[in-house]
Design a protein around this ligand. Structure first.
Ligand code: PMP
Ligand code: GLU
Length: 395
């Protein structure tokens, strides 16, 4: 018996990336031969030493509550990583570990946003950002971008979006869903605008190591002024293929970290004890071969798509997604059914071509679709053959 739901939850939709993935996995378990290009999850396994550290933690009885922001070893290891890889000085008190980067982001919005505050959100954006922003009471102020700027905002676009109510700018480079990566010069140009104002920059760098032929830096490393404004978000799901372990973190202003820790102490408390032990080990286990394999897959998918009719795709420089434009398909039909949206297109692909992917609507990009190429080479080839066959039948 339901006695009504809060307005808060009535306003949010379920995550389309996760719901399409769940539906696909269900169909696959029923025997359907569907290739799942929907969810952003590496097909590689967790590095063995990290997995073993988790097992050892269980055996050693490291199965109790830990400090709310994470164990000392992990926060110190993250601080070391930020110093060595990003040239950034943080102490463990400037870091909070949470149950996945999604959790980190949610906590951060809850810690810094008041109702009515504005969060500048470049589109296409990852599906969960607008919902989290709204849950915190803040208002997403979307800056639309498309292929013409490589799906990136320019300093002029940013300047136009800033108002006295701006509390946060969200940047996600490399980007989910577009794979766009801001170059160091582009970040410096954005920083010039940001430094004139007073707001946080939430910089989601979860795909930082998955870049192909471009230098990736953290916007926090551009200047001291940027470091003061930055809340760096990162996690273990992508780089270390640890999606199920649920470990993410934020480094930033100590007062914000303290507030997030208070908030987290009343909601989830510490991240999983055994996952934290695995994460300490994972930081020593980055496998650069994985990057080469993703790069080969990206090149393959890009080439195949750009040889197909009615669909085009610009080259993404990071993450493991391509984000083709399907505007030319919209309005055409397949077996007598009009393809009136990316959503309909994705539905028809699932039904008639046995491919699951995510339509662009949830990313704020209704002319695009997202393909995750974090699947085996065999599956990728089969999926591209199926997509091509489908497109040849569109009229
Ligand atoms: N940020 C981005 C851009 C993502 O694509 C994801 C999805 N995995 C996350 C954050 C959250 O990752 P997790 O919660 O698994 O650490
Ligand atoms: N971030 C991944 C994706 O976009 C995982 C699913 C999710 O949390 O959205 O597919």
């Amino acid at each position: 018996m339901a006695f009504g739901l809060s307005d808060r939850v009535k306003e949010i939709a379920p995550s389309p990336t996760l719901s399409i993935d769940t539906k696909t996995k269900e169909l696959v378990s029923q025997g359907y031969d569907i290739i799942n290009l929907s969810v952003g999850e590496p097909d590689f396994g967790t590095p063995e030493p990290a997995a073993n550290a988790g097992i050892e933690a269980i055996k050693a009885g490291f199965t109790k509550y830990t400090a709310v922001p994470g164990i000392v070893d992990l926060r110190k290891a993250i601080a070391r990583k930020l110093k060595e890889e990003n040239g950034l000085d943080y102490e463990m008190e400037d870091i909070i570990v949470s149950n996945g980067a999604k959790h980190s982001l949610y906590n951060a919005f809850m810690a810094v946003c008041n109702p009515g505050d504005e969060v500048i959100l470049p589109a296409p954006y990852w599906v969960s950002y607008p919902e989290m922003i709204r849950l915190s009471g803040a208002v997403p102020v979307v800056i639309e971008t498309d292929e013409s700027t490589g799906f990136k905002i320019t300093p002029e676009m940013l300047e136009r979006a800033v108002t006295p109510k701006t509390k946060v700018l969200l940047l996600n480079s490399p980007s989910n869903p577009t794979g766009a990566v801001y170059s160091p010069d582009e970040l410096k140009a954005l920083a010039k605008v940001i430094e004139k104002h007073e707001f946080y920059v939430m910089s989601d760098e979860i795909y930082e190591k998955l870049v192909y032929g471009i230098e990736q830096i953290s916007i926090a490393s551009v200047s001291e002024a940027m470091k003061q404004r930055a809340l760096i978000v990162n996690g273990f799901s992508k780089t270390f293929a640890m999606t199920g372990w649920r470990v993410g973190y934020i480094a930033g202003d100590r007062a914000v970290i303290k507030a997030m820790t208070s908030f987290q102490s009343h909601t989830t408390a510490n991240p999983t004890s055994i996952s934290q032990k695995a994460a300490v080990k994972a930081l020593e286990c980055f496998d650069s071969e994985m990057v080469d394999r993703f790069r080969n897959r990206r090149d393959y998918v890009l080439q195949r798509i750009n040889e197909m009719p009615l669909i085009t795709c610009i080259e993404p420089q990071g993450a493991f997604y391509v984000f083709p434009n399907v505007a030319e398909i919209l309005g055409k039909s397949f077996k007598g059914q009009t393809i009136d949206s990316a959503n309909t297109f994705a539905g028809l692909l699932l039904e008639h071509a046995n491919i699951a992917l995510v339509p662009g609507e949830g990313f704020g990009a209704p002319n695009n679709i997202r393909i995750s190429y974090a699947v085996s080479d065999d599956h990728l080839k089969k999926a591209m053959d199926r997509l091509e066959q489908f497109l040849r039948e569109v009229e």
